[in-house]
Design a protein around this ligand. Sequence first.
Ligand code: MN
Length: 738
Amino acid sequence: MFLISDLVSLLEGYLDQKQVSQIYEAYLFSAEAHDGQHRLTGEPYIYHPIEVARILAEMRIDHTTIMAALLHDVLEDTNHTEQELADRFGQDVTELVDGVSKLTRMHMESPQHAQAENFRKMMLAMTRDIRVILIKLADRLHNMRTLDGMRPEKRRRIARETLEIHVPIAHRLGMNKITMELRELGFSNLYPMRSRVLAEAVSQAHGNRKEILETIEVSIRRHLLETNIEAKISGRKKHLYSLYKKMRDQHLPFREIYDVYAFRIIVPTIEDCYQALGIVHSIYKPVPGKFKDYIAIPKANGYQSLHTVLFGPHGVPVEIQIRTQEMHTISEEGIAAHWDYKNDNPDSNHSATVSGTEKRARQWLQDLLDLQKNAGNSMEFLESVKIDLFPDEVYIFTPKGKIMEFPRGATALDFAYRIHTEVGTHAVAARINRKPASLSAPLFNGQTVEITTSPDSLPQPGWLKFVTTGKARSNIRHYLKNLQQSEAVRLGEKLLLKALSNHNISRKRFKKMGLTPVLEKLQLNNLEALYNEIGMGQRMAELVAGNIIQCCTKSSDSAGNQPKLKGKGLLWNPLSVLSPILRRRGKNHDQRPLMIRGTEGMVVHFAKCCHPIPGDPIIGHISSGKGLVIHRHNCKNVANLRNQPEQWISVEWSDKSQRNLPAEIRVTVANKRGVLATIAATISEMDSNIDNVIVDDQDGHTNAITFTLRVTDRKHLATIIRNIKKLRPVRNIQRING
Ligand code: MN
């Protein structure tokens, strides 16, 4: 039984007295919290956290982590709160305990082991502080050591999970010792029969080979001694799980795999490593192609060693690993070996801790990079480690517990489109961790996301601003393009009917006309295409109307009309029927203006030069490819474009509900502190939003501030202007005309 006193003496080996007594306090708190709880094995619960702390202390991990290890189940299994922990042990320890608890919860909530790969990545991604993973691995290791009391199927489930999730993480972090133990325990609990048979075979084989092993070891030791290299030599135990995997994957019988003699040689320096290699090669002939220099080119997890295989006595292969003590420690403990516990600063606040952790993690990466200075692909390698440790992905649960991967910055709407295009198209809102959220809410690791849909809801142009995935983006674009087309068709129809009404052709009459001749002439397939081109400003409605009168009124219309038109020499005169600027509106009652509601969106635009708002006298300009652009009458650009009368049509605001449109005002103010804030507050009190603010320093005493704000109409804007005028520092205010 490993007691708290044993832990304390282990800690005293590398921590100072103050740190050890802090750890002891954490122990007292945890023991009290878990008082009365027992493990399945029957022993008091507190033995478990002590054992977890011990595993970490054996790797000489910093005292904060050891404290968190002792407290790691307190939040999950007792009534104590984060606040209590924070008050007693500080933010650092609490963050770690909280991190471990989150992983535990996540575990219980996610069912399918088929997603082990994603789950593993998520564990790493969710953990800002890698020490949380260290505690979790130690926790799992002790749980695996004590599976005995459990029902067989539960043991198998936990064992499988360990092999699929924890073993690869431990391996990735280079923690060989924990990796091996977790693997062996996983194997014997997942396949108890197979592992027992294999263990039996191993012990039998071992007995037979004792003599030959000794011969080899003695021979190597003697040769190394002759060259004055201080070496530790040990026979390596073959791990059951790796034997099993080789037999299974390579379809080889036990004898062939097991009949390999394996030794590890540990020497003081790198130079000694290569010298020792030369010596063993001089004792037994090396097997060609088997030498590997992982010192020059370390493995992805930082592992370094020389590997070679020799032809031993009777031609039996002998595997040799040669490395320094430092390399050995790193290969056993991986990232934990790089843990600089002396740099652990107990006074650091939360944010400093995060960056401190990052710094340490980066240091670890740097160490790995240094280790492989001579390797050619170091950047590539560094990238792979970085991706594993700090992935750019977030992992999200569906309500059914499936894990989905998204790029960082993805939003609930990206999630909606990932579920199904239809879900995205009709998405209304989201629920993140069962709480209502907007579709633009960014997603974070481990969240469970649901999407609320409504058949009436459709994609908005603004959606493009907050989706990041290609699928969502292309689906929204596609939809908007179709929408633009159908809007253009509707606008085109309106424009054409209006133009025809100027020639006294009613809607009713037009609908009865045979339009094939004009469509043929214009080389269009159907009427919709014609409307679309008019709506997009690619054809002038008046010209088309002229064409229609020319081509289509012959047969259906009374014969008297046409000679009259022909006699005029011109079918119609654009200047006479168009340009509401040239011809005062209202003069001619058949030239009714197009009604603008402000909600049209895709083919009706509001000019950015003059920002028209309801109540302003307006006019529409049809420009190719853009559709209809609404300007104010007094806009400079209207005057500039006067020479293209055929592109102007008369428009008016409809009384129906309108959206808030932007308007620009320029305010000249005395240069005083807080002026901007005062004006902004006044604007928002008037139920208006500010889109943009530009401040120009004029002469040091005054500033000119330009606000772009949203208003419902002229009256609304006038009220705002009046209220701003009342403010003390305001010298002058005016609306900006285009
Ligand atoms: Mn635990």
